[in-house]
Design a protein around this ligand. Structure first.
Ligand SMILES: [Ca+2]
Ligand SMILES: [Ca+2]
Ligand SMILES: [Ca+2]
Length: 330
C-alpha cells in the first residue's frame, strides 16, 4: 500500500555510515533496471497467487483484494496485484531462465521517492525465491539494515543502500535485479534451468510478526498496511536470460500489430496478429517467401525450408497501416 506522504524531515539523519548496497534508481551507482531496458527478452506468462492478509495481526479483516494475477503478467505497466501480509506469487516465463552474465531477471513494484531526497523512497519488500522443479524453492539471501520501523503515513522513507536482494528495493518503473550466479552450487537448484520465480511478501516488524533477513535481522517493511491494497504490490517480472531468446526479439511492431516469437527461430516462428491484414515475409535478397491474409490470431510459419538468415516481415492492416519488422532463422 502506498500512502503519499507530505511530511518532510528537515533533520538529516546520518545514513552514510551503513551505506553498502546499490543506491536508489536515478542515483549514480544504482543497479536498478528500467522497464524499457533492452536486456529484457520476455515477461512472466503465468502467475499462481496465494493472497496474504490485509493485516496479519487481525485476520478477521480478511485478505487483500486489489488486482488479480493477470496484473503480474506481461510487460511492466503499472497494473498491480497486492500480495498482502505474507502473500505469495509464483510466476513462470515462456522458457526457463539460465545464469547468463549479470542479472537474470528483475521484479517490479511501485515504490516512490521522497520528494526531498532522491536517495530515499517509500518501499515495500518481498523475498525472491527460485526453483528448478516448481517444488523446491531457494531464497536469495536478503539483507535489510533499515533500523527504523516503516510506519505508513509517518513520513519515514527507506534508503536503498541498506537493502539487498529484496524485491521492491526500487521505485515504480525500475526492476530490482537478481543474479542466479549468487545461488550457484545450491543443492536441488540448477541455476541454468530455473522454471519458477516466487515473490514472498515481507511482513513488517511492528507487531512481532516481522520477517527476518539472511543475517537474522528484522526487516523494517511498512506495517501495518490494512487496506485492500496491502503488502507488496507486484507489477511485473522481467526475464533477461532465456535460452534461444535474445534482446530485440520483442520489437517495436509488437506494440502495434504483430509480435514475433521466438526470435531467432529455428523450425517455426509464431506471429501473433492483433488485427486483420496481410502478412508478407521477404528474404534477404527481396524475394517474397510467404504471404497470408490473416485475422486476429497466431500464425505459425514453417521455416524448415527457409535458409538461415534474416527475414523481413511486413504487415498491412485493413486501414492500410504498414508495420515492418524482422527476425532471424538459425
Ligand atoms: Ca546471472
Ligand atoms: Ca509487506
Ligand atoms: Ca503489471
Amino acid at each position: 500500500m502506498k500512502i503519499f506522504v507530505t511530511i518532510v524531515f528537515s533533520l538529516l539523519t546520518c545514513t552514510s555510515a551503513v551505506a553498502q548496497f546499490a543506491p536508489q534508481a536515478g542515483v549514480a551507482g544504482s543497479d536498478a533496471i528500467s522497464a524499457t531496458d533492452k536486456r529484457f527478452v520476455a515477461w512472466a506468462t503465468t502467475c499462481d497467487l496465494e493472497r496474504g492478509w490485509v493485516d496479519i495481526a487481525d485476520k478477521s479483516k480478511g485478505q487483500t483484494t486489489l488486482g488479480n494475477k493477470a496484473a503480474a503478467l506481461g510487460k511492466r505497466d503499472g497494473s498491480l496485484v497486492s500480495l498482502g501480509d505474507s502473500g505469495v506469487a509464483t510466476v513462470t516465463f515462456p522458457g526457463k531462465l539460465y545464469n547468463g552474465p549479470g542479472p537474470d531477471f528483475a521484479v517490479f513494484e511501485n515504490g516512490f521517492t521522497n520528494p526531498a531526497n532522491p536517495e530515499e523512497a517509500f518501499l515495500e519488500f518481498a523475498f525472491v525465491e527460485v526453483s528448478s522443479d516448481g517444488i523446491n524453492f531457494v531464497r536469495f539471501p536478503a539483507s535489510c539494515h533499515i533500523d527504523t520501523p516503516q510506519i505508513p503515513g509517518s513520513g519515514v522513507y527507506a534508503n536503498a543502500r541498506k537493502v539487498n536482494n529484496l524485491a521492491g528495493k526500487y521505485i515504480a518503473g525500475y526492476g530490482t535485479p537478481f543474479d542466479l550466479e549468487e545461488l550457484k552450487g545450491t543443492p536441488g537448484l540448477d541455476v541454468n534451468s530455473v522454471s519458477h520465480v516466487r515473490i514472498v511478501d515481507v511482513i513488517g516488524t511492528v507487531t512481532g510478526n516481522g520477517s527476518l533477513d539472511n543475517e537474522g535481522k528484522v526487516i523494517n517493511d511498512p506495517y501495518p498496511t490494512p487496506f485492500p491494497s496491502g503488502g507488496f504490490d507486484l507489477d511485473a517480472v522481467g526475464a533477461i536470460h532465456i535460452p534461444g531468446w535474445w534482446p530485440q526479439s520483442v520489437n517495436d511492431i509488437q506494440e502495434q500489430q504483430v509480435s514475433i516469437s521466438p526470435n531467432p527461430a529455428s523450425d517455426y516462428v509464431h506471429l501473433s496478429v492483433k488485427n486483420e491484414g496481410v502478412l508478407t515475409i521477404i528474404d534477404a535478397i527481396g524475394r517474397v517467401v510467404y504471404k497470408k491474409n490473416s485475422t486476429a490470431q497466431v500464425v505459425t510459419v514453417d521455416l524448415r525450408n527457409f535458409h538461415k538468415g534474416v527475414y523481413y516481415l511486413t504487415f498491412v492492416n485493413r486501414q492500410g497501416e504498414i508495420c515492418t519488422s524482422s527476425f532471424s532463422k538459425y
